[in-house]
Design a protein around this ligand. Structure first.
Ligand SMILES: Cc1c2[nH]c(c1CCC(=O)O)Cc1[nH]c(c(CCC(=O)O)c1C)Cc1[nH]c(c(CCC(=O)O)c1C)Cc1[nH]c(c(C)c1CCC(=O)O)C2
Length: 356
């Protein structure tokens, strides 16, 4: 791993951060709240800035703009945590894969589908290429109030591999799964490289000032149990261990989206401080599946958020009731959708905090 690009900043202890206290195992009467994809196209101020920024990756790699976009939802809604504005696909980009974003369609990568093609990627992640991302982390941290936490992130090795092999997103995980069955050694080599690259990327974000990091595993939930253990649980466990070897007190959230009954085994193996729950999870079963004192994060339906009104209040109350009384970070079960009215986000935050 190359040396960190940005020096670790001396940061004051943030005892006032409800988010960090929850990750340390405290059950708070009013839990912290932030939302996946809280920055983005549902916000008019994002759309306005995005139109001036050029391409999506240009926005991610321009610290002044990425900082502004990260802070927009904090100013508007007062969330307890900001999430760095970036993307999981900067890791393949810094491994030398061609990555682009097609307007209105999503990511397009030049697919890597064999050992020979993996061989054309860099052996190690080029952290210098991601220096603007780490600069964004330090800028955001210095502009955020001390009681607000800053979350860095990466995609889980399996999820990132599905994009690298298929060359695109959506429901196109079949190419990676086929490769995993046809040539498990080759797929395993790709996953191992992603473990190392992602660890270096998370450590660099923590050293630049991120208070915690989240690992997004958006696509492993469909895997059969043994494949899930091999391609999701084990690589994420290894990733957490690599990060903690460099930053022993790193706060880590793992989000194995849609793990369902596989969550219990995942949570036993992965040494995270919190586990994210998708909309579809049985919340009480999930609580019983994770070790006592470990935080859970989730799991309001993004479509209840879009609907608003009484349906949204009920969705918030259900999460508070079924997951409250133990360490809880209120969030959605997946990202905010594009056509969500911003006032509904305000309603969600007010509902969580109404007894405060
Ligand atoms: C799979 C995945 C990706 N990116 C991400 C995941 C994991 C979470 C999930 O399952 O959604 C994670 C991500 N992507 C983005 C963030 C920023 C922080 C946040 O607000 O949560 C985070 C944490 C910004 C983004 N990443 C992207 C946008 C939209 C780009 C635009 O403004 O045009 C944003 C705000 C583009 C992106 N990036 C990706 C896709 C499939 C797309 C296109 C689909 C879409 O547009 O929603 C890959």
């Amino acid at each position: 791993m190359s040396a960190p690009v940005v020096e670790r900043r001396e940061t004051p202890p943030r005892d006032g951060s409800l988010f960090l206290r929850t990750l340390s195992g405290e059950a708070l009467p009013t839990p912290p709240v932030w939302l996946m994809r809280q920055a983005g196209r549902y916000l008019p101020e994002y759309r306005e800035l995005r139109a001036r920024a050029g391409g999506f990756l240009d926005l991610c790699y321009t610290p002044a703009l990425a900082t502004e976009v990260t802070l927009q939802p904090i100013r508007r809604f007062g969330f307890d945590a900001a999430i760095l504005f970036s993307d999981i696909l900067v890791v393949p980009h810094a491994l030398g894969q061609h990555v682009g974003f097609v307007e209105g369609e999503g990511p397009r990568l030049e697919p890597v589908t064999s050992r020979a093609e993996f061989g054309r990627l860099r052996d190690e992640i080029d952290l210098a290429m991601l220096a603007p991302v780490y600069e964004t982390v330090s800028r955001v941290r210095s502009e955020l109030a001390p009681e607000k936490a800053l979350i860095g992130f990466c995609g889980a090795p399996y999820t990132v591999a599905t994009y690298m092999v298929a060359g695109r997103g959506g429901d196109e995980q079949a190419p990676a799964r086929l490769l995993a069955y046809r040539d498990p050694e080759a797929f395993s080599e790709l996953i191992d490289r992603l473990v190392e690259a992602s660890a270096a990327h998370l450590v660099a974000q923590l050293e630049a000032g991120a208070d915690a990091v989240q690992i997004f595993d958006s696509w492993s939930g469909d895997l059969p149990p043994d494949e899930f253990t091999r391609w999701s649980t084990e690589p994420i466990r290894a990733l957490c261990e690599r990060v903690r070897a460099r930053v022993p007190d790193a706060k880590i959230l793992a989000f194995p989206r849609g793990a369902g009954a596989k969550l219990a085994g995942f949570a036993r193996a992965v040494p995270a401080n919190a586990f994210g729950l998708a909309t579809s999870e049985d919340l009480r079963a999930a609580r019983a599946a994770v070790p006592a004192g470990v935080a859970l994060q989730g799991a309001i339906d993004p479509l209840a958020l879009m609907a608003g009104g009484a349906a949204l209040d009920r969705a918030v109350d259900r999460v508070l009731e079924e997951l409250g009384g133990a360490p809880l970070v209120v969030n959605l079960g997946h990202g905010v959708r594009q056509h969500t009215p911003p006032e509904h986000v305000g309603q969600l935050v007010a509902r969580v905090r109404r007894n405060r």
